[in-house]
Design a protein around this ligand. Structure first.
Ligand SMILES: Nc1ncnc2c1ncn2[C@@H]1O[C@H](COP(=O)(O)OP(=O)(O)OP(=O)(O)O)[C@@H](O)[C@H]1O
Length: 338
């Protein structure tokens, strides 16, 4: 259920963290732009430390960008008046990784789900708050929860679905999902993914889905953005990122998931060498030191994220054009060879 309306937009987001006792900075996020349509899921993938959570925290207003803008329903965060800020706090919610960590073990889960309504003064009465919390729990398949149920009475999947209900209770238009399935067993993961899918179908909410787990991306994401050391290096419709992957980093990342045994990579690139430090980024393309096809020209300027021949498929690699032409040539030759 996606349409052309833009719910949230990040434009040229940058976040640097000062390094104590030095004039250097950790370049956590550099020039990230993302657009989220209504009912759309964008997955943000990449190795640990690539800046995914930092992007999510900026969208949630938990961290101020060093520069760049976040625009929610047409208004930039730093230009919002009091009412718009309250709408934004209700309209942009989060679900985090560990379901048990994010719920108070001593508190009935119904009270935890209702809490955002109280904090944002959104309930008309106590009865209204309880009814809305029950409706949110029902939406994630937890109609059986009573006023006495506590987190330890629930399975990991049910607990994480309580987390989703708590995010849903304010009727948000956008939810940041930061590794919502990575602490769960495979069955619990499937249940949570189903709930997230059903909730999106029935409410039209948009998701930023931050994950290491490429296996779950294809089932939920409409689009995928691949991050490497603070920058988006490839972004496209989910099927295109998996099917036509153009950036050597995407290829290597997928290869490492699909073929954990490096001897059976079946043509995918290998993720060799160490990831550079975000404090001392090399000049040019940050992936060049681990890239099998990098040349000297890759080490001079940061490659811009540009549109490939297929609309909406963006890639930041000066070599990929040569590569995609080579691939095309090979397939044409195959077709023409009798
Ligand atoms: N508060 C902070 N102070 C200093 N550096 C930070 C801070 N928060 C994050 N960083 C650094 O910013 C970079 C990006 O971190 P971030 O957590 O956003 O990456 P990530 O892709 O979400 O990683 P993971 O998948 O492990 O959560 C890392 O080098 C991290 O150490």
């Amino acid at each position: 259920m996606t349409n052309d309306e833009t719910v949230l937009e990040c434009a040229e987001l940058v976040r640097h963290f000062p390094v104590k006792g030095s004039d250097k900075v950790v370049q956590a996020v550099n020039d990230v732009s993302l657009t989220f349509g209504a009912g759309e899921t964008v997955a943000l993938v990449g190795e640990s430390g690539s800046g995914k959570t930092t992007v999510g925290r900026m969208i949630l207003g938990l961290l101020a960008p060093t520069s760049g803008r976040i625009v929610y329903q047409g208004t930039a965060l730093d230009e919002m008046d009091r009412r718009q800020r309250r709408d934004y706090r209700a309209g942009v919610q989060a679900v985090f990784q560990d379901p048990y960590d994010s719920l108070d073990p001593r508190r009935p889960v119904l009270a935890s789900v209702r809490e955002p309504l109280r904090r944002l003064e959104l309930e008309e009465s106590s009865r209204d708050g309880t009814q809305r919390a029950m409706a949110a729990l029902e939406a994630v398949g937890l109609a059986g929860i009573t006023a006495k149920t506590r987190p330890h009475d629930l399975s990991g999947s049910a607990c994480q679905r309580v987390g989703i209900a708590r995010a849903l209770v304010t009727r948000p238009r956008f939810i940041v999902l930061d590794e919502p399935t990575s602490a769960l067993s495979p069955i619990a993961r499937a249940e949570v993914m189903r709930s997230l899918h059903d909730v999106q179908q029935s409410t039209g909410v948009s998701y930023l889905f931050i994950t290491h787990d490429l296996a779950v991306v294809e089932s939920l994401a409409h689009r995928v953005a691949v991050m490497y050391l603070g920058r988006v290096v490839e972004a496209a419709a989910s099927g295109d990122v998996f099917g036509r992957r153009l950036h050597p980093y995407t290829e290597a990342l997928l290869g490492s998931v699909l073929f954990p045994d490096p001897d059976r990579l079946d043509g995918f690139g290998v993720l060799r060498g160490e990831i550079p430090s975000p404090i001392d980024l090399p000049p040019g393309c940050a992936f060049a030191s681990r890239c099998a096809i990098a040349g000297d020209d890759c080490r001079t300027a940061v490659p811009p994220l540009i549109d490939d021949a297929v609309a909406g498929h963006h890639v930041a690699c000066i070599r990929q054009r040569t590569r995609s032409r080579d691939r095309q040539l090979t397939s044409t030759l195959r077709k023409e060879t009798p």
